[in-house]
Design a binder for this molecule. Structure first.
Ligand SMILES: COc1cc(/C=C/C(=O)SCCNC(=O)CCNC(=O)[C@H](O)C(C)(C)COP(=O)(O)OP(=O)(O)OC[C@H]2O[C@@H](n3cnc4c(N)ncnc43)[C@H](O)[C@@H]2OP(=O)(O)O)ccc1O
Ligand code: AKG
Ligand code: FE2
Length: 362
């Protein structure tokens, strides 16, 4: 029999089994109609954030990209100063974005028994994974988020293994964002004196892709928990599509002597949020910065977001690019196998920007 709200309030209710093992996720908990947050989700005080009102990250209009070089300059400036910006008129059609959002709701609306087939324990491949929180085995408190993570290998593999409820829309969104990705990477590399993106650079900058579908159900007490804890992405660049609910926060002014805190990234219809990941920070020897961000769930609505993580290939060795060091600049990071870097990230709880320490030159 399906558990009821009353069951969930008793000590006999095995939350971990219900949420993780049975595949109900936090969506299953939220659907029970909980009135208070289960203790497993209560975050320590230091995990909660100080929000700075009236500040924002840049919004860049790409409409005249081909004729106005100032737009590429703004992208590079934003990547250096903020590590985060929003793009409008980016060329990815609105219907493609709406299609992948609908597909996300379709996937998470499936029965737990169907979603569970894609969990770490049951999935037929490491490239398709349904899960909840981030790294439940290592976390002091769980995060209020379910996700489906799809690592792209080929059309054929995706067609065979990705969930039929969302695979076409995910592939279309990935394909239709490629031109944008190349434009942004081209501009960012030009500023670093990289004259040509040859095959080696292409692999380092965009040799692998992962798309995640994130689901943050309505939360009975969003101020005591976190949707996604503070982290920086391990990608080179992330292309994030969010819905109209809001809840993404970005850290600003860290170590700058001004008020250190978090600013909201307000949803703009049809926009994409772009952020620099650790791999690009390392490749650029710290010129472009990956920035901490986190998500607070909504107290009244279910929220979704869909990041495409554009990464080096797992087998690539990443380190500061020769062009960046050509002037005699000292390397801040050592060379490191990218898959080792990503494994290090996934095997611990979210911990701000600490993953980067793994690559710091001694
Ligand atoms: C989920 O919530 C998230 C996710 C994020 C993600 C931010 C990003 O920037 S994702 C982009 C990461 N880059 C890549 O995926 C490209 C490179 N990929 C690889 O190198 C490999 O595919 C691999 C990720 C290292 C996996 O290789 P594999 O040989 O299959 O290794 P495993 O032993 O299976 O996995 C290692 C370790 O990681 C855990 N893990 C694997 N995949 C995921 C996943 N998609 N989500 C969560 N965790 C994953 C796996 O369980 C293993 O840990 P164990 O403890 O079980 O050993 C940002 C914020 C979020 O909240
Ligand atoms: O949901 C969001 O807005 C951000 C999610 C995120 O940071 C991630 O998946 O890496
Ligand atoms: Fe992220």
């Amino acid at each position: 029999m399906a558990p009821t709200l009353a069951d969930s309030a008793t000590d006999n209710f095995d939350l971990n089994d219900f949420v993780i093992n049975q595949g109900n996720g936090v969506k299953g908990l939220s659907d029970l109609g909980l009135k208070s947050l289960p203790r497993q989700y209560i975050q320590p005080q230091e995990a909660l954030i100080n929000i700075i009102p009236n500040e924002s990250i840049p919004v860049i209009d790409m409409l005249n990209w081909d004729t106005d070089p100032k737009i590429a300059e703004s992208v590079c400036d934003a990547a250096e100063k903020f590590g985060f910006f929003q793009l409008v008129n980016h060329g990815v059609p609105l219907e493609v974005l709406e299609g992948v959002k609908d597909a996300t709701h379709r996937f998470f609306g499936l029965p737990a028994a169907v979603k569970r087939k894609y969990s770490k324990e049951h999935s037929s491949t490491n490239n398709v994974r349904f899960g909840t929180s981030f790294s439940p085995d290592c976390e002091k408190a769980l995060e209020w988020k379910d996700y489906l993570s799809l690592f792209y290998v080929s059309e054929e593999e995706a067609s065979a293994l990705w969930p039929p409820e969302c695979k076409d829309e995910c592939l279309e969104y990935m394909k239709r964002s490629e031109v944008l990705c190349k434009k942004l990477m081209g501009a960012l590399m030009e500023r670093l004196n990289v004259k040509e993106i040859d095959d080696k650079k292409e692999s380092l900058l965009m040799g692998s892709k992962r798309i995640n579908l994130n689901y943050y159900p309505r939360c009975p007490n969003p101020n005591l928990t976190i949707g996604v804890g503070r982290h920086s992405d391990v990608s080179a660049l992330t292309f994030l599509l969010q819905d109209e609910i809001g809840g993404l926060y970005v850290r600003v002014n860290e170590g700058k002597g001004e008020e250190d805190g978090w600013v909201h990234v307000p949803p703009i219809e049809g926009s994409l949020v772009i952020n620099v990941g650790d791999a690009l920070q390392i490749l650029s020897n710290g010129r472009y910065k990956s920035i901490e961000h986190c998500v607070i769930a909504s107290g009244s609505k279910n929220r979704i977001s869909i990041p495409i993580f554009v990464n080096p290939k797992p087998s690539d060795v990443i380190g500061p690019l020769p062009e960046v060091l050509a002037s005699g600049e000292k390397p801040k990071y050592k060379n490191i196998l990218y898959s080792d870097y990503v494994k290090h990230f996934f095997r611990k709880a979210h911990d701000g920007k600490k993953t980067v320490d793994f690559a710091v030159a001694k």
